[in-house]
Ligand binder design. Structure first.
Ligand SMILES: [Ca+2]
Length: 522
């Protein structure tokens, strides 16, 4: 090889390597929400394990309680995560709002953010008020609550040296407190426990052994055995409309309060509830709030022996919110959403459908859906549910068909984009069939990206075969690690006939004829 050319090649390779090193160094670490951090695959391992991310939250378990770990909690979504790896004593305090840069990891089934140095944590602001979300004991035995800061109340079922079981009759949860004094805890006691939902599961798939870890001795309290059930009217108040909260309490009580907040318990209002002798319930009003406000409330009552207990925390969005907001709402938040029907009841199941507004869609589940057509504009009132499969949907309290409309135009999307996002929307993708099975088929874009097409409607499409290029319309969805497009009927799949450009054909013919002539002339 010519020496000059060799030097040139070496120089070029050097420049390329430098450019790559530079781009890696300057690669932006993305700020991610707690939903992203907690996305898992069907083995229970975080989908984004090994990825370096930024997350923000309030320190609810400070350094020194769980060895080198702290817990941060984002009250706006009701999710938190363990931060592990460097001793943060003297760096962060309880109530600090912090930004953490670290690697998504997992230990014994629990998702964590691993930091390598104290410089990976920055305190944004300090002295925040926060409150554990009061949930059912059975809620805590769920991947969806892992890392959350919660309070449960129930009856002690059994006691061991370092843990005990608590049950409010929804299902028991282990309270793991090896560093606290629990010698006084006895079977039959009614206790309130505040702490972190954690997991200690030693084998895959990681869907067992959830527990609550109280932080301080004061996180364990004797409470009343009374049960407080709350209802709200209307189901979701309109903008500036007051909500009437009613509490049904099983036993005589001396004091009843409604606590509510519009800023995730940074500040809250406490109102004495009044007894309505005609209904036998305690009542108070939450005043009207602006459209889109997220309101949280809890009812607290004191029994004859001076012990307190509380209701489950309830949440609602005032007025209506966009489907994009609804998809990120905390677990069990009540809301009103509007959208056009993209998958009718019966397409996938008689008890579900999909609606969409702008680029976002969502599944709606109900045992009594009206007869609907594509494009119908509907109002849905219900509550949001996140599932560990990374699916999110609304369980409808009621659905009203507002008006008929034109079917939604599918959003054109590449195979690669459909494989990395989930908007719950009606999309259109194109690719070549590379595999088929009884539940659907896979398409490829020819550039290494393969997308699952799920035949959720069990449609008969006999003409499909491997190698055919197809255009697919369907609902974009996610099931654990699998991103997929769900077809609604056989007509959602059409064959793409490879068109022959006449100009190219003519040019090719001209070249061939020219070549033949040249050959003949020789
Ligand atoms: Ca887990």
């Amino acid at each position: 090889m010519d020496k000059k050319i060799a030097i040139l090649i070496v120089g070029l390779v050097g420049v390329l390597l430098l450019a790559q090193a530079y781009s890696m160094k300057t690669k932006q670490v993305e700020l991610r929400d707690m939903y992203y951090v907690h996305e898992i695959g069907k083995d229970g391992v975080p989908l984004h394990v090994g990825e370096v991310v930024k997350v923000r939250g309030i320190v609810v378990a400070p350094p020194g309680i769980f060895y080198k770990a702290i817990y941060i909690y984002d009250p706006s979504v009701g999710r938190g995560v363990q931060v592990f790896g460097a001793d943060l004593t003297g760096i962060v305090n309880i109530g600090d709002y912090v930004e953490v840069t670290g690697k998504i990891s997992q230990y014994k089934g629990e998702t964590e953010i691993v930091i390598s140095s104290t410089t990976n944590v920055t305190v944004i602001s300090s002295g925040h008020n926060f409150k554990a979300e009061r949930i059912y004991t059975d809620n805590a035995y769920d991947e969806v609550y892992e890392g959350s800061f919660v309070e449960v109340c129930g009856r002690v079922e059994s006691v061991s040296t370092s843990y005990f079981y608590l049950n409010d009759s929804s299902g028991r949860i282990q309270i793991y407190a090896p560093n606290l004094n629990i010698g006084w805890v006895q079977v039959g006691m009614n206790l309130s426990v505040t702490g972190i939902v954690a997991q200690y599961d030693t084998s895959s798939p990681y869907f067992s052994y959830y527990e609550i870890k109280p932080r301080f001795q004061s996180d364990l309290k004797n409470v009343s055995a009374i049960s407080i059930k709350v209802t709200m009217s209307p189901s979701v108040p309109a903008a500036n409309e007051r909500a009437i909260i009613s509490a049904n309490i099983t036993s005589p009580v001396t004091e009843v309060y409604l606590n509510y907040t519009t800023d995730s318990w940074e500040n809250f209002t406490r109102i004495a509830m009044t007894y309505n002798s005609s209904t036998g319930e305690w009542e108070a009003e939450i005043p009207g709030e602006p459209e889109g406000t997220l309101v949280r409330y809890v009812v607290e009552a004191k029994d004859n022996s001076g012990l307190w207990n509380s209701s489950i925390e309830r949440k609602y969005y005032v007025g209506s919110v966009g489907i994009d907001i609804g998809r990120k709402a905390p677990q069990y938040t009540r809301l009103r959403i509007y959208g056009n029907v993209t998958a009718k009841p019966g397409d996938f199941s008689p008890t579900n459908m999909y609606i969409q507004n702008s680029s976002y869609g969502i599944k709606v589940i109900s045992g009594s859906l009206p007869a609907l057509n594509y494009g119908d504009y509907v109002e849905v009132v219900g509550y949001v549910k996140h599932s560990r499969t990374n699916d999110v949907y609304v369980v409808a309290i009621y659905t009203i068909n507002e008006s008929s409309g034109n079917p939604v135009q599918p959003i054109p999307m590449s195979v690669a984009e459909a494989n990395t996002t989930n908007y719950g929307a009606l999309v259109e993708v194109e690719g070549t069939i590379v595999a088929m099975d009884s539940y659907g088929f896979n398409i490829s874009d020819g550039q290494g990206n393969v997308l699952r097409i799920y035949n959720a409607s069990h449609s008969q499409i006999p003409w499909l075969s491997v190698g055919k290029k197809v255009k697919v319309v369907g609902i974009q969805s996610q099931y654990y690690e699998t991103h997929e497009v769900m077809i609604r009927s056989a007509s959602d799949v059409t064959e793409v006939v490879i068109e022959i450009n006449p100009i190219i054909v003519l040019s090719l013919m001209a070249v061939i004829i020219g070549g033949m002539r040249l050959y003949a002339e020789k």
